[in-house]
Design a protein around this ligand. Structure first.
Ligand SMILES: *Cc1c(COP(=O)(O)O)cnc(C)c1O
Length: 393
């Protein structure tokens, strides 16, 4: 099929709820993706943060091939080794909690919100979330997402959600009450523009939750699985949450989500309260196990921290040359470039020159390269961005 033929299929048969670029991608390998016309694209935002160890990582592909030959799916009426093993590996790399598996980030957050309600007393029905957050598109998670643009057309939303400015401790204190079941925030806001939480802020959430008997939930859907140089974003901040949620990079390209809760909280999720038909299926869990092993066997956590610093230094150099760059921020391989103007045209031009990045919150370029990217590949990406910014001046 030609690009045009595929686009026609979409026009006729696929709901047009995404703004798509006119490219048909047919192959991915490591840091690169290839379109049907044979163009090779350096991917600094693979799979929207899903392909955290690159496209089609050989260990993930091998694990999937092996698992596909044995058992694709068994329902949660039974036990499966893969689900048990993945839960153990995740638990050991976080705070020793227990896991529930689902299929996406929104579902993981949905599960966390429901569990917080179940675990706390009946009069606690409120949730505090932060402005600029993103937690998903289901009714509860889009309500939790404190950005008006995502709410348009869906009012009235779920009751009980209270929004506070991110990183503002006194606003948090004023919003807190005995009716709060949970606070839900991202350690680094992703879609909101790579806004890094302060340690003081996350520690204040911890203290207030403890004082009021509320549950501290961290959305690690984007920050999790090693991207920041530690397994989970919270591990940079000397704080321990009650619940974390994961998805995106967890399956190395396969759909999977997970919620991990401290054991005494997890105990409130008894049969009949929550479930997912596909959640924790063998294929997805085998993928998750292979992702963790790949990251460890290749020392990618350490490398992500080092490579992140390398990119930041390069971007700081670009900032000296191009006045459109206001600042560079982020941790590890979760990097935002704050521009003084809109970034969409820059992203489009980079793609024309064979490099993909993302723009979020209108003015923030988002670099989330895979943890396997080489310094040469980063140099190429920076060169392309440099050329595009020069052209725009
Ligand atoms: C992407 C994202 C989600 C939603 O995940 P889906 O898999 O699209 O439902 C939730 N929270 C954060 C922080 C995300 O980045």
């Amino acid at each position: 099929m030609t690009t045009q033929e595929t686009i026609e299929l979409f026009n006729k048969y696929v709901i047009a709820n995404y703004g798509r670029l006119p490219r048909v991608i047919v192959k991915g390998e490591g840091c690169y993706m290839y379109d049907v016309d044979g163009n090779k694209i350096l991917d600094m935002f693979p799979g929207w943060a899903v392909s955290g160890i690159g496209h089609c990582h050989p260990r993930v592909v091998e694990a999937l091939r092996k698992q596909a030959g044995e058992l694709l799916h068994i329902d949660n009426t039974f036990y499966s080794e893969q689900q048990g093993e993945l839960a153990k590996l995740l638990s050991e790399r976080a705070f020793g909690g227990k896991c529930f598996f689902c299929n996406s980030g929104a579902e993981a957050n949905e599960a966390a919100l429901k569990l917080a309600r179940l675990h706390t007393s009946q009069e606690k029905y409120k949730f505090i979330t932060a402005e600029g957050s993103f937690h998903g598109r289901t009714f509860a998670t889009v309500t939790a997402t404190a950005q008006p643009k995502y709410h348009e057309g869906f009012l009235p939303l779920l009751p009980g959600f209270v929004y506070v400015p991110f990183n503002d401790i006194s606003a948090l204190e004023s919003a807190f009450s005995d009716e709060v079941a949970a606070v839900l925030v991202e350690p680094i806001q992703g879609e909101g523009g790579i806004n890094v939480a302060t340690a003081e802020y996350l520690q204040a959430i911890r203290r207030l939750c403890d004082e009021k008997g509320a549950v501290m939930i961290l959305d690690e859907v984007q920050t999790g699985m090693g991207r920041t140089g530690k397994w989970f974003g919270y591990q940079h901040f000397d704080v321990e949450p009650d619940i974390i949620t994961m998805a995106k990079a967890l399956g190395g390209g396969v759909a999977i989500g997970a919620m991990m809760a401290r054991e005494e909280i997890a105990a409130s999720l008894v049969p009949g309260k929550h479930a997912s038909t596909f959640g924790g299926n063998c294929l997805a869990c085998a993928a998750g196990v292979s992702v963790i092993k790949a990251i460890e066997e290749d020392n990618l956590l350490e490398y992500a921290a080092e490579l992140g610093q390398y990119i930041k230094d390069k971007l700081e150099q670009l900032k000296q040359k191009h006045s459109i760059i206001d600042s560079v921020r982020g941790i590890g391989l979760m990097i935002g470039v704050q521009l003084n103007g809109p970034g969409k045209e820059i992203v489009d031009k980079c793609l024309e020159m064979g490099m993909r990045i993302n723009c979020t919150n209108n003015t923030v370029l988002r670099f989330m390269p895979p943890m396997i990217a080489t310094k040469d590949q980063i140099d190429q990406a920076i060169e392309i961005l440099d050329a595009v910014l020069k052209e725009g001046e």
